[in-house]
Design a protein around this ligand. Structure first.
Ligand SMILES: Nc1ncnc2c1ncn2[C@@H]1O[C@H](COP(=O)(O)OP(=O)(O)OP(=O)(O)O)[C@@H](O)[C@H]1O
Ligand SMILES: [Mg+2]
Length: 326
Protein backbone atom coordinates (compact mmCIF):
# COMPACT_ATOMS: atom_id res chain seq x y z
CA UNK A 1 0.00 0.00 0.00
CA UNK A 2 1.31 3.48 -0.79
CA UNK A 3 2.52 5.72 2.01
CA UNK A 4 0.42 8.82 2.54
CA UNK A 5 2.78 10.22 5.15
CA UNK A 6 6.51 9.76 4.87
CA UNK A 7 8.84 11.19 7.48
CA UNK A 8 12.61 11.02 7.32
CA UNK A 9 15.10 12.05 10.00
CA UNK A 10 12.72 14.78 11.15
CA UNK A 11 14.13 17.10 13.80
CA UNK A 12 12.73 20.15 15.53
CA UNK A 13 14.66 22.23 18.01
CA UNK A 14 13.38 24.98 20.28
CA UNK A 15 16.58 26.81 21.22
CA UNK A 16 18.72 24.28 23.07
CA UNK A 17 15.92 21.77 23.38
CA UNK A 18 15.50 19.06 20.76
CA UNK A 19 11.77 18.36 20.90
CA UNK A 20 11.80 15.94 17.94
CA UNK A 21 15.03 14.12 17.37
CA UNK A 22 15.57 12.52 13.96
CA UNK A 23 12.38 10.47 13.69
CA UNK A 24 11.43 8.42 10.62
CA UNK A 25 8.20 6.57 9.85
CA UNK A 26 5.66 5.96 7.14
CA UNK A 27 1.88 5.82 7.29
CA UNK A 28 0.03 3.69 4.79
CA UNK A 29 -3.13 4.78 3.09
CA UNK A 30 -6.46 4.13 4.83
CA UNK A 31 -4.97 3.08 8.13
CA UNK A 32 -4.98 4.50 11.63
CA UNK A 33 -1.51 5.39 12.84
CA UNK A 34 -1.10 6.14 16.53
CA UNK A 35 1.62 8.17 18.17
CA UNK A 36 1.91 7.05 21.76
CA UNK A 37 4.06 8.87 24.26
CA UNK A 38 4.27 10.56 27.65
CA UNK A 39 4.18 14.31 28.36
CA UNK A 40 6.73 16.31 26.44
CA UNK A 41 7.63 13.37 24.19
CA UNK A 42 7.31 15.45 21.01
CA UNK A 43 3.89 14.28 19.79
CA UNK A 44 2.30 17.69 19.32
CA UNK A 45 5.50 19.07 17.81
CA UNK A 46 5.54 16.26 15.23
CA UNK A 47 1.87 16.63 14.35
CA UNK A 48 2.33 20.41 14.10
CA UNK A 49 5.11 19.92 11.54
CA UNK A 50 2.98 17.50 9.54
CA UNK A 51 0.11 19.99 9.55
CA UNK A 52 2.53 22.76 8.48
CA UNK A 53 1.85 24.79 11.62
CA UNK A 54 5.59 24.87 12.33
CA UNK A 55 8.68 24.07 10.26
CA UNK A 56 11.14 21.30 11.01
CA UNK A 57 14.72 22.27 11.87
CA UNK A 58 15.94 19.50 9.58
CA UNK A 59 14.73 16.32 7.93
CA UNK A 60 11.76 15.84 5.66
CA UNK A 61 8.04 15.27 5.96
CA UNK A 62 5.91 14.43 2.94
CA UNK A 63 2.11 14.41 3.27
CA UNK A 64 -0.05 13.39 0.32
CA UNK A 65 2.98 13.70 -1.93
CA UNK A 66 3.78 17.27 -0.85
CA UNK A 67 6.70 18.53 1.17
CA UNK A 68 5.46 20.11 4.41
CA UNK A 69 8.12 22.79 4.35
CA UNK A 70 8.20 23.61 0.65
CA UNK A 71 4.55 23.15 -0.30
CA UNK A 72 2.57 23.95 2.84
CA UNK A 73 -0.50 25.17 0.95
CA UNK A 74 -0.87 21.93 -0.97
CA UNK A 75 -0.43 19.95 2.22
CA UNK A 76 -3.01 22.05 4.05
CA UNK A 77 -5.67 21.74 1.43
CA UNK A 78 -5.39 17.95 1.56
CA UNK A 79 -5.60 17.46 5.33
CA UNK A 80 -8.08 17.89 8.17
CA UNK A 81 -7.06 18.87 11.67
CA UNK A 82 -8.59 18.21 15.09
CA UNK A 83 -6.52 19.62 17.91
CA UNK A 84 -6.97 19.70 21.65
CA UNK A 85 -8.33 23.19 21.93
CA UNK A 86 -11.61 23.94 20.30
CA UNK A 87 -11.61 26.45 17.49
CA UNK A 88 -15.34 26.18 16.91
CA UNK A 89 -17.41 29.33 16.85
CA UNK A 90 -19.62 28.88 19.90
CA UNK A 91 -22.13 31.49 18.81
CA UNK A 92 -22.94 29.66 15.61
CA UNK A 93 -24.95 26.48 15.25
CA UNK A 94 -23.26 23.16 14.48
CA UNK A 95 -24.47 23.36 10.91
CA UNK A 96 -23.26 26.95 10.48
CA UNK A 97 -19.82 26.03 11.78
CA UNK A 98 -19.52 23.37 9.11
CA UNK A 99 -20.82 25.56 6.33
CA UNK A 100 -18.38 28.30 7.30
CA UNK A 101 -15.47 25.87 7.23
CA UNK A 102 -16.54 24.32 3.92
CA UNK A 103 -16.73 27.79 2.44
CA UNK A 104 -13.21 28.66 3.59
CA UNK A 105 -11.93 25.43 2.07
CA UNK A 106 -13.50 26.23 -1.27
CA UNK A 107 -16.08 23.43 -1.28
CA UNK A 108 -18.50 24.06 -4.15
CA UNK A 109 -21.60 25.93 -3.00
CA UNK A 110 -24.07 23.38 -4.28
CA UNK A 111 -22.24 20.61 -2.39
CA UNK A 112 -21.87 22.31 0.95
CA UNK A 113 -25.30 21.45 2.34
CA UNK A 114 -25.05 17.75 1.55
CA UNK A 115 -21.53 17.46 2.85
CA UNK A 116 -22.38 19.26 6.08
CA UNK A 117 -25.41 17.05 6.63
CA UNK A 118 -23.49 13.87 5.81
CA UNK A 119 -20.71 14.81 8.20
CA UNK A 120 -23.19 15.60 10.97
CA UNK A 121 -24.98 12.33 10.40
CA UNK A 122 -21.72 10.36 10.42
CA UNK A 123 -20.74 11.90 13.74
CA UNK A 124 -24.21 11.36 15.24
CA UNK A 125 -25.03 15.07 15.51
CA UNK A 126 -27.66 15.48 12.83
CA UNK A 127 -30.52 15.97 15.29
CA UNK A 128 -28.60 18.76 16.98
CA UNK A 129 -27.46 20.53 13.84
CA UNK A 130 -29.39 23.75 14.55
CA UNK A 131 -28.30 24.06 18.18
CA UNK A 132 -25.74 26.66 19.15
CA UNK A 133 -22.35 25.13 19.84
CA UNK A 134 -22.20 26.86 23.22
CA UNK A 135 -24.97 24.49 24.34
CA UNK A 136 -22.95 21.42 23.32
CA UNK A 137 -21.20 19.08 25.75
CA UNK A 138 -17.43 18.56 25.48
CA UNK A 139 -17.93 15.27 23.64
CA UNK A 140 -20.37 16.78 21.17
CA UNK A 141 -17.99 19.64 20.43
CA UNK A 142 -15.17 17.22 19.76
CA UNK A 143 -17.38 15.21 17.42
CA UNK A 144 -18.36 18.39 15.64
CA UNK A 145 -14.68 19.20 15.21
CA UNK A 146 -14.11 15.84 13.58
CA UNK A 147 -17.10 16.47 11.31
CA UNK A 148 -15.61 19.82 10.42
CA UNK A 149 -12.19 18.29 9.83
CA UNK A 150 -13.78 15.99 7.26
CA UNK A 151 -15.95 18.42 5.36
CA UNK A 152 -13.48 19.19 2.58
CA UNK A 153 -12.87 15.43 2.17
CA UNK A 154 -9.23 15.40 3.25
CA UNK A 155 -7.17 12.32 2.55
CA UNK A 156 -5.56 12.54 5.96
CA UNK A 157 -7.06 13.56 9.27
CA UNK A 158 -4.64 14.67 11.99
CA UNK A 159 -5.85 14.50 15.54
CA UNK A 160 -3.90 15.53 18.62
CA UNK A 161 -5.27 13.56 21.58
CA UNK A 162 -8.83 13.83 20.25
CA UNK A 163 -10.45 12.17 23.24
CA UNK A 164 -8.46 13.93 25.96
CA UNK A 165 -10.65 15.08 28.81
CA UNK A 166 -13.80 13.36 27.58
CA UNK A 167 -15.89 11.10 29.77
CA UNK A 168 -15.71 7.39 28.91
CA UNK A 169 -19.04 7.37 27.08
CA UNK A 170 -18.19 10.33 24.84
CA UNK A 171 -14.78 8.82 24.27
CA UNK A 172 -16.29 5.54 23.12
CA UNK A 173 -18.76 7.36 20.90
CA UNK A 174 -16.09 9.47 19.25
CA UNK A 175 -13.75 6.55 18.91
CA UNK A 176 -16.39 4.50 17.16
CA UNK A 177 -16.63 7.16 14.46
CA UNK A 178 -12.85 7.56 14.18
CA UNK A 179 -12.30 3.86 13.73
CA UNK A 180 -14.78 3.84 10.82
CA UNK A 181 -12.97 6.59 8.91
CA UNK A 182 -10.50 4.50 6.88
CA UNK A 183 -13.10 2.06 5.59
CA UNK A 184 -16.14 4.29 5.29
CA UNK A 185 -14.46 7.48 4.09
CA UNK A 186 -11.12 6.27 2.75
CA UNK A 187 -9.39 8.61 5.21
CA UNK A 188 -5.97 7.95 6.70
CA UNK A 189 -5.85 8.89 10.36
CA UNK A 190 -2.78 10.10 12.21
CA UNK A 191 -3.43 10.60 15.88
CA UNK A 192 -1.66 11.00 19.16
CA UNK A 193 -2.95 9.40 22.29
CA UNK A 194 -1.93 8.28 25.71
CA UNK A 195 -4.84 5.90 26.14
CA UNK A 196 -3.76 2.31 25.78
CA UNK A 197 -7.18 1.09 24.69
CA UNK A 198 -7.11 3.54 21.79
CA UNK A 199 -3.55 2.63 20.89
CA UNK A 200 -4.69 -0.98 20.86
CA UNK A 201 -7.11 -0.31 17.99
CA UNK A 202 -4.58 1.49 15.77
CA UNK A 203 -3.21 -0.40 12.77
CA UNK A 204 0.30 0.77 13.59
CA UNK A 205 1.88 2.55 16.48
CA UNK A 206 5.02 4.51 17.08
CA UNK A 207 6.11 4.92 20.68
CA UNK A 208 7.86 8.25 21.12
CA UNK A 209 9.83 9.34 24.14
CA UNK A 210 12.27 12.22 24.51
CA UNK A 211 11.76 13.16 20.85
CA UNK A 212 12.78 9.74 19.56
CA UNK A 213 10.78 6.83 18.25
CA UNK A 214 11.80 3.94 20.43
CA UNK A 215 9.56 1.27 18.95
CA UNK A 216 7.09 0.94 16.13
CA UNK A 217 4.85 -1.76 14.72
CA UNK A 218 1.33 -3.06 15.00
CA UNK A 219 0.04 -3.42 18.57
CA UNK A 220 0.37 -7.20 18.15
CA UNK A 221 3.96 -6.99 16.91
CA UNK A 222 4.95 -4.69 19.73
CA UNK A 223 3.46 -7.01 22.30
CA UNK A 224 5.07 -10.06 20.74
CA UNK A 225 8.42 -8.27 20.86
CA UNK A 226 8.25 -8.79 24.62
CA UNK A 227 8.70 -12.52 24.10
CA UNK A 228 5.10 -13.60 23.89
CA UNK A 229 2.63 -14.96 26.40
CA UNK A 230 3.33 -16.68 29.68
CA UNK A 231 1.50 -19.92 30.38
CA UNK A 232 0.80 -20.85 34.01
CA UNK A 233 -0.03 -24.43 35.00
CA UNK A 234 -1.30 -26.06 38.13
CA UNK A 235 -0.32 -29.72 38.07
CA UNK A 236 -0.67 -32.79 40.27
CA UNK A 237 3.11 -33.12 40.36
CA UNK A 238 5.18 -30.10 39.35
CA UNK A 239 8.51 -31.92 39.24
CA UNK A 240 7.25 -34.63 36.97
CA UNK A 241 5.35 -32.16 34.81
CA UNK A 242 8.41 -29.93 34.40
CA UNK A 243 10.44 -32.90 33.18
CA UNK A 244 7.77 -33.93 30.70
CA UNK A 245 7.49 -30.40 29.33
CA UNK A 246 11.26 -30.27 28.90
CA UNK A 247 11.24 -33.60 27.05
CA UNK A 248 8.34 -32.71 24.79
CA UNK A 249 8.91 -29.03 24.08
CA UNK A 250 12.54 -28.41 24.95
CA UNK A 251 11.52 -25.67 27.41
CA UNK A 252 12.36 -25.73 31.08
CA UNK A 253 9.45 -24.22 33.01
CA UNK A 254 9.94 -22.08 36.09
CA UNK A 255 8.00 -22.49 39.29
CA UNK A 256 6.35 -19.78 41.33
CA UNK A 257 3.83 -19.99 44.15
CA UNK A 258 3.02 -23.60 43.38
CA UNK A 259 2.48 -22.98 39.66
CA UNK A 260 4.70 -23.86 36.74
CA UNK A 261 5.16 -21.12 34.16
CA UNK A 262 6.75 -21.00 30.75
CA UNK A 263 7.28 -18.32 28.12
CA UNK A 264 5.48 -19.06 24.92
CA UNK A 265 4.95 -17.35 21.57
CA UNK A 266 1.20 -17.55 21.28
CA UNK A 267 -0.37 -19.33 24.20
CA UNK A 268 -3.35 -20.66 22.26
CA UNK A 269 -0.96 -22.53 19.97
CA UNK A 270 1.27 -23.84 22.78
CA UNK A 271 -1.33 -24.89 25.31
CA UNK A 272 -2.56 -27.98 23.40
CA UNK A 273 1.03 -29.25 23.09
CA UNK A 274 1.63 -28.65 26.79
CA UNK A 275 -1.51 -30.54 27.72
CA UNK A 276 -0.63 -33.41 25.38
CA UNK A 277 2.76 -33.67 27.09
CA UNK A 278 1.08 -33.98 30.50
CA UNK A 279 -1.88 -36.28 29.96
CA UNK A 280 -2.88 -36.86 33.57
CA UNK A 281 -1.08 -34.11 35.40
CA UNK A 282 -2.73 -30.81 34.42
CA UNK A 283 -5.18 -29.40 36.94
CA UNK A 284 -5.60 -25.96 35.41
CA UNK A 285 -4.09 -23.70 32.77
CA UNK A 286 -4.09 -19.93 32.40
CA UNK A 287 -1.99 -17.50 30.45
CA UNK A 288 -0.99 -13.87 30.51
CA UNK A 289 -0.58 -11.84 27.37
CA UNK A 290 1.68 -8.77 27.47
CA UNK A 291 -0.24 -5.50 27.28
CA UNK A 292 0.77 -2.31 25.52
CA UNK A 293 1.43 -0.96 28.98
CA UNK A 294 4.07 -3.67 29.39
CA UNK A 295 5.50 -2.65 26.00
CA UNK A 296 5.61 0.97 27.06
CA UNK A 297 7.17 0.07 30.37
CA UNK A 298 9.85 -2.01 28.69
CA UNK A 299 10.86 0.65 26.16
CA UNK A 300 10.60 3.76 28.33
CA UNK A 301 11.25 2.31 31.76
CA UNK A 302 8.04 3.87 33.11
CA UNK A 303 4.29 3.75 32.85
CA UNK A 304 2.52 6.13 30.52
CA UNK A 305 0.72 8.90 32.39
CA UNK A 306 -2.91 8.32 33.11
CA UNK A 307 -3.91 11.81 34.15
CA UNK A 308 -4.98 14.35 31.57
CA UNK A 309 -2.65 17.18 30.69
CA UNK A 310 -3.04 20.20 28.47
CA UNK A 311 -0.70 21.05 25.62
CA UNK A 312 1.55 24.10 25.68
CA UNK A 313 -0.04 27.51 25.12
CA UNK A 314 2.26 28.21 22.20
CA UNK A 315 0.41 25.59 20.19
CA UNK A 316 -2.94 27.23 20.72
CA UNK A 317 -1.42 30.39 19.29
CA UNK A 318 -0.08 28.46 16.26
CA UNK A 319 -3.48 26.95 15.70
CA UNK A 320 -5.32 30.26 16.00
CA UNK A 321 -2.89 31.81 13.52
CA UNK A 322 -3.48 28.88 11.22
CA UNK A 323 -7.23 29.23 11.36
CA UNK A 324 -6.93 32.98 10.72
CA UNK A 325 -4.80 32.30 7.64
CA UNK A 326 -7.51 30.12 6.16
N1 LIG B 1 6.89 26.52 21.08
C1 LIG B 1 7.73 25.90 21.90
N2 LIG B 1 8.77 26.54 22.44
C2 LIG B 1 9.64 25.92 23.27
N3 LIG B 1 9.55 24.62 23.62
C3 LIG B 1 8.53 23.91 23.13
C4 LIG B 1 7.56 24.51 22.25
N4 LIG B 1 6.65 23.55 21.92
C5 LIG B 1 7.04 22.43 22.56
N5 LIG B 1 8.16 22.64 23.28
C6 LIG B 1 8.88 21.63 24.08
O1 LIG B 1 9.16 20.53 23.24
C7 LIG B 1 8.99 19.30 23.97
C8 LIG B 1 7.97 18.44 23.26
O2 LIG B 1 6.69 19.05 23.41
P1 LIG B 1 5.37 18.47 22.73
O3 LIG B 1 4.30 19.48 22.96
O4 LIG B 1 5.67 18.09 21.35
O5 LIG B 1 5.12 17.17 23.60
P2 LIG B 1 3.86 16.20 23.63
O6 LIG B 1 4.37 14.84 23.39
O7 LIG B 1 2.80 16.71 22.75
O8 LIG B 1 3.41 16.31 25.15
P3 LIG B 1 1.91 16.27 25.81
O9 LIG B 1 1.59 14.83 26.00
O10 LIG B 1 2.10 16.97 27.11
O11 LIG B 1 0.97 16.98 24.90
C9 LIG B 1 8.60 19.70 25.37
O12 LIG B 1 9.77 19.69 26.16
C10 LIG B 1 8.06 21.09 25.22
O13 LIG B 1 8.23 21.85 26.38
MG1 LIG C 1 0.83 17.35 23.05
Amino acid sequence: MPAVISVEALTRKFGQLTAVDGISFQVEEKTIFGFLGPNGAGKTTTISILCTLINPTSGRAIVNGHDCKKEPRLVRSSIGIVFQDSTLDKDLTAYENLVFHAYIYGVKKQEIRKRAEDALRFMGLFERKDDLVKRFSGGMKRRLEVARGLIHRPRVLFMDEPTLGLDPQSRAHLWEAISGLPKEHGVTVFMTTHYMDEAEVCDRLAIIDGGRIIAQGSPGELKRSLGGDIIFLKTADNKKAALKIKEALGITPGEKEGELFLASGRAEEQIPAVIRALPDLVLSVRFQRPTLNDVFLKFTGREIRQQDVQGPDSLKEDLRAYVRRH
